[in-house]
Design a binder for this molecule. Structure first.
Ligand code: CA2
Length: 145
């Protein structure tokens, strides 16, 4: 089993509580449980991590270099602002996949810019909770290659 880290950023712990028209009705715990299950079928051992704090996210990404073979990240609003998270991701030599539940390119202009994209192999957005499942499929192919 290949160890993979799934990182979720600020406010994603609030999934399921409001804005279901954008983010669906599943909680983050629901999404993580479904991801752990399908990851195991793909030969991946998934560790899930969420924080609302930029520095904690940076530290967790730094630590991934020691343990994990890939990182899947939904950095939430830090996607559009955080050079610190981009730098931490750029320092990794393992593949990074960027995920968003919503299609950030159909939304406000400020969501069209992504610092995370500059450190990512690819981006999956717009498929709700399925964005995470699609990212797992892509990661399984990347780490098997
Ligand atoms: O579409 C995504 O996955 C986003 O990363 C979600 C972020 C947003 O800032 C990005 O532009 C796109 C926001 C997550 C907030 O999630 C909430 C969910 C339910 C209730 C409140 C916030």
């Amino acid at each position: 089993m290949q160890p993979i880290l799934l990182v979720n950023g600020p406010n994603l712990n609030m999934l399921g509580s409001r804005e279901p028209e954008i983010y669906g009705s599943q909680t983050l715990a629901d999404i993580e449980a479904a991801c752990v299950k399908s990851a195991s079928g793909l030969g991946l051992a998934l560790e899930c991590y969420q924080s609302n704090h930029e520095g904690e996210l940076v530290t967790k990404i730094q630590q991934a270099a020691k343990v994990h073979k890939g990182v899947i990240i939904n950095a939430g609003a830090y996607t559009h602002t955080s050079i610190a998270i981009m730098d931490a991701l750029l320092s990794l030599s393992i593949p990074v996949i960027e995920v968003h539940m919503s299609n950030i390119f159909r939304r406000e202009d400020f969501r069209h810019e992504s610092y995370v994209s500059k450190a990512s192999k690819g981006i999956i957005c717009g498929f709700g909770a399925d964005s995470y499942q699609l990212a797992l499929l892509a990661m399984a192919k990347l780490v098997a290659a």
